[in-house]
Design a protein around this ligand. Structure first.
Ligand code: F6P
Length: 316
């Protein structure tokens, strides 16, 4: 049996722990395992490398991905995927394991339709794969944003400022709302809450009138320009304001214990499914349990998740 694996899309802490689990489980069952460099790009460019258990030593605590990652828009084209499929056939690969986010999963659905047997494992800091409660990397990125916002709060308090912080997540507000709860933010603005500039200004004015010494406003990326918002707050309310974009630090760093365990469990289950010749499946989590469902369903059916927005009004 020959298994290949790749990491694709934005990297996430825990991808290495997952690679380790897949490689070691394959070795455990006596399968040949190949790592593909730089995601779908490497699949098209035929960048395969045979791996054994020693290739994944000392990586469980490392951020990023030892296989490298890339975004390849051209993978949406059938003629490009055809090259990838020919590479898999020529190398007699029986199963492919994909580790990545929703874009990676979409590529996987196309490949399955074209005859490739595969399993998809959700790993992205955005937590935007609908069928899983948590993706690998989400909680580690949350720890990073929490530490950064805690530091911003210190200086915000000293200088009596309003700090507007932009958090990643693409179109998903999870990283923002969890960060907001974890850091005691006064406001969280995401695609789920909607955005009204006048409402923000009104709330800041009220907080200032109430004598609040400092304010933290968490804004999900792709909502508004946080520097402009901070300037408007200062101009309209007189509350001294600054903006910070957390950016790519959220993608790096050593994975948390939760992510290492989640990544290990998901990687093992992926290979166990292959062993039973089950494919076209995404590994998903619900609470502390993991299971699997059709990849298409994992992209389109939202698992019930805790609604953290309801808490904010009570504890801000
Ligand atoms: O998917 C993870 C993510 O970091 C998003 O939060 C962000 O919108 C995007 O990737 C940035 O992508 P890139 O690495 O292509 O700039």
């Amino acid at each position: 049996m020959k298994v290949a694996l790749l990491t694709s899309g934005g990297d996430a802490p825990g991808m290495n722990a997952c690679i380790r689990a897949v490689v070691r489980t394959c070795v455990y069952y006596g399968y040949d395992v190949y790592g593909i460099k730089e995601g779908y790009k490497g699949l098209v460019e035929d960048k395969f490398q045979k791996m054994d258990r020693h290739d994944v030593s000392q990586i469980i605590d490392r951020g990023g991905t030892i296989l490298g990652s890339a975004r390849l828009d051209e993978f949406k084209e059938k003629k490009i995927r055809k090259i990838a499929i020919e590479n898999l056939k020529r190398r007699k690969i029986d199963y492919l394991i994909l580790i990545g986010g929703d874009g990676t999963f979409r590529g996987g659905i196309d490949l399955e339709r074209e005859g490739v047997k595969l399993i998809a494992i959700p790993a992205t800091i955005d937590n935007d794969v609908q069928g899983t409660e948590y993706t690998i990397g989400f909680f580690s990125a949350l720890d990073t944003s929490m530490e950064a916002i805690d530091k911003l709060r210190d200086t915000s308090f000293s200088h009596q400022r309003c700090t507007v912080v932009e958090v990643m997540g693409r179109d998903c507000g999870d990283l923002s709302i969890y960060s907001g709860i974890a850091c005691g933010a006064e406001m969280v603005i995401t695609s789920e809450t909607g955005y009204s500039e006048s409402e923000v200004l009104e709330k800041v004015q009220k907080a200032k009138d109430d004598g609040k010494r400092h304010l933290i406003i968490v804004v999900a990326e792709n909502i508004t320009n946080v520097s402009e918002l901070a300037k408007k707050i200062q101009k309209n309310t007189g509350y001294d304001s600054r903006a910070s974009v957390l950016g790519y630090i959220q993608r790096g760093g050593s994975p948390s214990a939760f992510d290492r365990v989640l990544a290990s469990k998901m990687g093992i289950l992926a290979v166990d499914l292959i062993k039973s010749d089950v494919h076209n499946q995404a590994i998903v989590s619900k609470g502390l349990h993991i299971g699997h469902m059709l990849i298409d369903k994992a992209l389109n059916t939202r698992v019930e998740r805790p609604d953290l927005y309801q808490y904010l009004d009570k504890i801000r």
